[in-house]
Design a protein around this ligand. Structure first.
Ligand code: GAP
Length: 451
C-alpha cells in the first residue's frame, strides 16, 4: 500500500466511523486543527488512561497534576521558548508555497523544533522556483489577558505542558512530602503555530501532550534515563504495537533541543516513514535553574543523605496523544479476506478499543428486543458498549471489526428458550454460547479487566 493510500484510508475511516473530523468542517475547516467524534474521544481517553495507569497509578515515585494552559509570560522567557522556539521558514518566490526549511533539508526528524538546519536547499521542491532566505518563525500562539491589547497583557498558549510542572515543582514536593526520585505527570493541551501542519493528526497546531518530568539526584540521571527509555518502549509493545514498527533512536548532538544533554526518541514506522512518537530527554537542571533565576525562588531539594541542598536533574518522557492515536490506528489496521469478502479489521488492544462490547439482536423482531435490552443493561454498567440492530448481522459484525470492538454479543431466537447468548471474538471470529446469568463474568474473563 502506498503512503498516501494508507493515510487516505485511515482519514476516510476515521471520518466515516466518527473517530476524527476536520475542525469546523462546515466552514471549510482550519489547517492543523481536528475534532474527535464519539468513537475518537473513547480511543483518546483510553490512551490517556493506559498511560496514567502505567506512569502514575502503578508507581510509588510518581504523582499527577493539571496546570493552566495560560501562564505568566515570564515562564516562556525563563524556559527559552520566547527566544528559541522557532522554526526556519522559507517561501517560494514563484508559486508562493511556504515550507519549513529543515523539512527540505530532510536532516531533522518531523516534530522537533529549534534546530537551525540552515537550509542549503535554494529551489522550490514543487516548482523549482527560487526560495527566500530562511526566516525564524516563533511557534507560540499569542493572546491577551484582560481587555487591553498591549505588550503588558500579552500571554501565550503553552507550547508544551512541561513548564507547568517545573513551576509547580516546589509546591508538589512540599505538599506530597516525597523524596527523590520523584516524577510529576501531566496530560493536557499544547499549541504550536506549525508552519506546515500535516499528515493527518501527526503534526497539529492544537494537540494533547502526556509529559513526565522525573526529578533525580545529579549523577543518577543517566541511569534513570535508560530506565525511562525501556519503560516507555515496553509500554507501546504492551499495548500491542508491533515490534518491527517501533524503534528507539538516540539523537545526534546537533539534533538536541536547547535544554537537553541527551535525548532518545521512540519512533514509529508511519506510512510516511520513521517519525517521532515520543521524546525522552535528559533536561539536566536547566529548567529549575532558569526558573529559580527568573522568579527569585529557590527551587532546590534538601538531600538528607548528604545534608546538602541540590538542584535535581530531570528526565522527561514526552509524548503526544494525537500522534499515538494515529500510530495505534496505523498499527492495528488490517484487511483480510473472509469467505471471499474483504474484512477491514482494527486489531486494537482491548484496553484501547473505543467500544469493548457490542450487543446485537439477530433482528428487530419484537420478541428479541426485551432480552437484547436486558443484556445491554447488564453489559453497559461495566464497559463502554453499543447496541446495534440495523442491517444484517454479518454487516454489523463487520462494522464492529472495523472500529476494533473485541467482543460482540448476539441475542437470537434460541435465547428465548435457553436464556443464553453468543459471544463472538473479533480476531478469531470464534463464537461461544454462554448463559445470560454468566455473561458478565465470561466477558470479564475475555477482556481481562477488573471492572
Ligand atoms: N516538553 C518536550 C517537548 O514538548 P517535543 O518533542 O517538542 O518535546 C513531545 O514534543 C511530543 O509531543 C512529540 O514526541 C509528539 O508526540 C508531540 N508533538 C509535538 N509537536 C506536535 C504537533 N505539532 N502535533 C502533534 N503532536 C506533537
Amino acid at each position: 500500500m502506498s503512503t498516501e493510500s494508507t493515510v487516505e484510508k485511515l482519514v476516510s475511516l476515521c471520518k466515516r466511523r466518527g473517530l476524527v473530523f476536520q475542525s469546523s468542517e462546515i466552514y471549510g475547516g482550519i489547517g492543523g486543527f481536528w475534532d474527535y467524534g464519539p468513537l475518537g474521544v473513547e480511543l483518546k481517553n483510553n490512551i490517556k488512561q493506559a498511560w496514567w495507569r502505567a506512569v502514575v497509578q502503578e508507581r510509588d515515585d510518581m504523582v499527577g497534576q493539571d496546570a493552566a494552559i495560560v501562564m505568566n509570560p515570564t515562564v516562556w522567557k525563563a524556559s527559552g521558548h520566547l527566544d528559541t522556539f522557532a522554526d526556519p521558514m522559507v517561501d517560494c518566490k514563484e508559486c508562493k508555497k511556504r515550507f519549513r526549511a529543515d523539512d527540505l533539508v530532510g536532516a531533522v526528524p518531523a516534530g522537533t523544533h529549534g534546530h537551525d538546519a540552515a537550509a542549503k536547499v535554494t529551489s522550490c521542491p514543487e516548482c523549482g522556483g527560487e526560495l527566500t532566505e530562511p526566516r525564524m518563525f516563533n511557534l507560540m500562539f499569542r493572546t491577551y489577558v484582560g481587555p487591553v491589547e498591549d505588550d503588558a497583557s500579552t500571554a501565550y498558549l503553552r507550547p508544551e505542558t512541561a513548564q507547568g510542572i517545573f513551576v509547580n515543582f516546589a509546591n508538589v514536593l512540599t505538599t506530597t512530602r516525597k523524596k527523590l526520585p520523584l516524577g510529576i505527570a501531566q496530560i493536557g493541551k499544547a499549541f504550536r503555530n506549525e508552519i506546515t501542519p500535516g499528515n493527518f493528526i501527526f503534526r497539529d497546531r492544537e494537540f494533547e501532550q502526556m509529559e513526565i518530568e522525573y526529578f533525580v539526584k545529579p549523577g543518577t540521571d543517566e541511569q534513570w534515563h535508560q530506565h525511562w527509555v525501556e519503560e516507555r518502549y515496553n509500554w507501546y509493545l504492551g499495548l500491542g504495537m508491533r515490534k518491527e514498527n517501533v524503534r528507539v533512536r538516540r539523537l545526534e548532538p546537533e539534533e538536541q533541543a536547547h535544554y537537553a544533554k541527551d535525548t532518545y526518541e521512540i519512533e514509529y514506522l508511519f506510512p510516511m516513514g520513521w517519525s517521532e512518537l515520543e521524546g525522552i530527554a535528559n533536561r539536566t537542571d536547566f529548567d529549575l535553574r532558569r526558573h529559580a533565576e527568573f522568579s527569585g525562588r529557590e527551587l532546590e531539594y534538601f538531600d538528607e543523605e548528604s545534608g546538602e541542598h541540590i538542584v535535581p536533574y530531570v528526565i522527561e518522557p514526552s509524548s503526544g496523544v494525537d500522534r499515538l492515536f494515529m500510530a495505534f490506528l496505523v498499527d492495528a489496521y488490517a484487511e483480510e479476506e473472509v469467505r471471499g469478502e474483504k474484512r477491514v479489521i482494527m486489531r486494537l488492544h482491548k484496553d484501547l478499543a473505543p467500544i469493548k462490547v457490542a450487543v446485537l439482536p439477530l433482528s428487530r423482531h419484537e420478541k428479541l428486543v426485551p432480552p437484547a435490552r436486558e443484556v445491554w443493561g447488564l453489559v453497559r454498567k461495566h464497559w463502554m458498549s453499543q447496541y446495534d440492530d440495523a442491517q444484517s448481522i454479518g454487516r454489523r459484525y463487520r462494522r464492529q471489526d472495523e472500529v476494533g470492538t473485541p467482543l460482540c454479543v448476539t441475542i437470537d431466537f434460541d435465547t428465548l428458550e435457553d436464556k443464553a447468548v453468543t459471544i463472538r471474538e473479533r480476531d478469531s471470529m470464534e463464537q461461544v454460547r454462554v448463559p445470560i446469568a454468566g455473561l458478565v463474568d465470561a466477558l470479564r474473563e475475555k477482556l481481562n479487566t477488573d471492572d
